[in-house]
Write a protein that binds this ligand. Structure first.
Ligand code: V47
Ligand code: SF4
Length: 369
């Protein structure tokens, strides 16, 4: 007898696999997406989430820094990037970057999260200096999570080094961990249509594998709700799962809900709440070897992020402080949350809030309600 109440009985074979802890197939992923039994899918995802993370919902105190929006790639879904000299283009100096990071320390930050455009003039040494100066300026408990695989590939191109050597040198200079951005959807069809200059799926996965081989833990993402089809989402999840089987260094998966405003894809409607919850829950079900599924509240909104904690999500990211990439594309969420906001959101759901660092080291369990 199954432990889930399903209104779509065609999901019963999948429910049996979930209850037995068996891996779901591509066909299962497609069947989940084809079903409208959101509560049934949510119950299964909640079951998996509880097996992996119990009652905990993680959050962190962090700060995002985007050193420049000048970018050589100009992906069609991106409202953040500018060409050099264009109105709205900006670049921070190393002093400004270090000052922004230092300002986060008295706020209790355990992570500085750095993602930026592919600047045409900054040499690789600039990024090495950035890491060195940040490492010197920050106490050791503040983890530097920086540079997507797309940025790493670009630094290899401008320096003539291999991506492995770029990662090795960045790690030596202070890089601790890498964010999961830049994966988009692992399909050549979508890539050629909307981000043709960007890192291919094979390269994105190889670079993360290289990072894992150097002991650099990373996250992984999927940008959904644009021109992709549902099968492409499932294929994307399976490729991440296969990479994790091989290299094992992904800590969290974060689905990124496409925001269309001010992009070249502004004719598209963006995602719905139903799709956001379904995608988070299906990710929890398909990615049996990735410990955490994170709802980035900036992208799915505060209300949906809170709800997602009963649909498979065990992590709400953090205080963030300043966010440009999604807000330039029309996000209506605040740019920052206080720790109390996050605690209140999590407590209301009956989960136990756990403050963590980037590597999921527990800073504090807030078990007193
Ligand atoms: O790589 C760009 C995406 C990413 C849009 O690893 C957009 O913990 C939606 O990767 N609508 C950057 N998404 C953000 C990112 C991230 C965020 C939070 C946590 C972590 C983590 C990683 O944002 C980009 C791209 O995939 N993006 N434009 C847009 N219009
Ligand atoms: Fe550049 Fe990243 Fe924006 Fe693409 S998504 S244009 S690589 S900043």
């Amino acid at each position: 007898m199954t432990r889930f109440y399903l209104t779509d009985t065609t999901l019963e074979p999948i429910a049996a696999k979930v209850a037995a802890g068996e891996r779901l197939s591509r066909e299962d992923g497609i069947a989940l997406y084809a079903s409208n039994d959101l509560l049934g899918i949510g119950q299964m995802a909640d079951f998996v989430r509880r097996e992996k993370n119990g009652d905990r919902v993680y959050f962190m105190v962090n700060r995002h820094i985007n050193p420049t929006n000048i970018c050589e790639n100009r992906c069609k879904f991106c409202a953040f990037s500018r060409s050099k000299g264009q109105d709205g283009a900006y670049e921070m100096t190393l002093d400004e970057i270090v000052d922004a990071a230092k300002a986060a320390v008295p706020e209790g930050a355990h992570e500085i999260h750095i993602v930026g455009g592919l600047h045409p003039d900054w040499p690789f040494e600039f990024y090495i200096d950035m890491m060195r100066r940040l490492r010197e300026a920050l106490p050791p408990h503040v983890i530097i999570q920086a540079f997507t695989a797309v940025e790493i590939e670009y630094y290899a191109q401008i320096s003539g080094l291999s991506t492995l050597e770029v990662l090795r040198q960045l790690k030596e200079a202070g890089l601790d961990s890498m964010p999961g951005g830049g994966a988009e959807i692992f399909s050549d069809r979508t890539r050629l249509a909307a981000w043709d200059k960007k890192t291919s799926a094979d390269d994105w996965l190889r670079i993360h594998g290289e990072a894992h081989s150097l002991g650099i833990k990373t996250n992984c993402t999927m940008l959904y709700g644009h021109i992709e089809i549902l099968e492409e989402r499932v294929d994307h999840l399976i490729r991440l799962r296969e990479q994790q089987d091989v290299s094992g260094g992904f800590l969290a998966f974060i689905p990124l809900a496409f925001h269309p405003l001010n992009t070249e894809l502004s004719n598209l409607p963006g995602t719905t709440g139903f799709d956001d919850l379904k995608t988070l829950a299906i990710a929890r079900l398909m990615l049996d070897n990735i410990p955490h599924v994170k709802a980035f509240w900036i992208m799915v909104g505060l209300k949906m992020a809170q709800l997602s904690t009963v649909f498979g999500v065990d992590d709400l990211d953090g205080t963030v402080v300043e966010e440009r990439i999604t807000h330039m594309a029309g996000a209506v969420t605040p740019e920052a949350l206080s720790k109390d906001d996050l605690l209140g959101m999590i407590r209301e759901t009956g989960h136990v809030p756990v403050e963590r660092d980037t590597l999921y080291k527990v800073i504090r369990v807030y078990d007193e309600n």
